[in-house]
Design a protein around this ligand. Structure first.
Ligand code: BEZ
Ligand code: FE
Length: 294
């Protein structure tokens, strides 16, 4: 009898032997997922034909990626981000009705306990960067304003770092705030013009990007989580369309509809009203939330 007839593992029958061994899996979903993963993984290995050294290098890469991950740093999520997997999972899980604002990656720098601020507050606490006034409305897909919607915003400072990356150097909760829309669904606050910055690139993911001839930069953006009763929560960004990295985001988060307009305003009277010393940037951007499905 040949090896494969006895059910022993061979190069040819590798997928069937492994997936057959999973037939008593406790969950049908797990069994189905592992069937696909085994099939695709074996296909990749058969096409790549790694040497033993190459395979061990891959194992060391994954081991190191795990070792770098802590409560504060998640190197595996970063790996998923630069491989385009995070945006793919986001796209599959956020198929929106037409008219609703699109989502993008959450990223690792959100804080759940940022302070709720009065409308108009300046979220920039380190006095660095170019002043910016941001305003707009939160609407439903029929264009009606959503009153009492919660807008949670965060961004990097003028040097390209989030407050949590520079504890002690930046004030706590610098460039973060939670606002609640008024009866007309309006929001407005002050901040500074964001800048492009590199994703953490001193670990395995940074090495991989370097080896692939890729840069680690994300184009300038503000992060938002928008919540309102009866509506789906939206995790998204707005981007500066003139950023040098707008067409090459390291984590593939840019979508056409997330490009905002950053207008340069030189109007001393308006600047004074906003308590800015001189010219400033203005961004007007509406968000549209989809109604809850369930
Ligand atoms: C961010 O925009 O904060 C981010 C997203 C993905 C990976 C790293 C950072
Ligand atoms: Fe970011």
């Amino acid at each position: 009898m040949e090896a494969h007839e006895k059910g022993f593992f061979t190069e040819e029958n590798s997928v069937e032997v492994v997936t057959g061994r999973n037939r008593n899996a406790k969950s049908e979903r797990l069994k189905a997922v592992m069937e696909v993963i085994t099939r695709k993984l074996h296909e990749a290995v058969k096409e790549i034909e790694p040497t033993q050294d190459e395979w061990f290098e891959a194992i060391l890469f994954l081991t190191r990626t795990g070792q770098l991950s802590t409560e504060w740093r998640q190197e595996f999520i970063l790996l998923s981000d630069v491989l385009g997997v995070s945006m793919l999972v986001d796209a599959i899980n956020n198929r929106k009705p037409s008219g609703a604002s699109e989502s993008t990656v959450l990223g690792p720098f959100h804080l759940a306990d940022a302070p709720e601020l009065p409308m108009g507050a300046n979220i920039c606490l380190d006095q660095k960067g170019e002043d910016m006034f941001i305003h707009g409305r939160i609407l439903d897909t029929e264009g009606k304003p959503i009153a009492g919607a919660v807008l949670d915003v965060w961004q990097a400072n003028d040097e390209g770092f989030y407050d949590v990356q520079q504890k002690g150097l930046q004030p706590d909760f610098n460039l973060r705030g939670v606002f609640r829309t008024d009866a007309d669904g309006r929001y407005w606050f002050r901040a500074v013009k964001p800048k492009f910055y590199p994703i953490p690139d001193d670990g395995t993911v940074g090495k991989l990007l370097h080896a692939l001839g890729r840069h680690p930069y994300r184009p300038a953006h503000l992060h938002y989580i928008l919540k309102a009763d009866g509506f789906e929560t939206l995790t998204t960004h707005i981007f500066d369309p003139d950023d040098p990295y707008i067409n090459s985001d390291a984590v593939f988060g840019v979508k056409e509809s997330l490009l905002a307009e950053f207008k340069s305003i030189d109007d001393p009277a308006r600047a004074k009203g906003l308590e800015f010393a001189g010219p400033f940037w203005e961004v007007e951007h509406d968000f549209v939330l989809a109604r809850d499905q369930g």
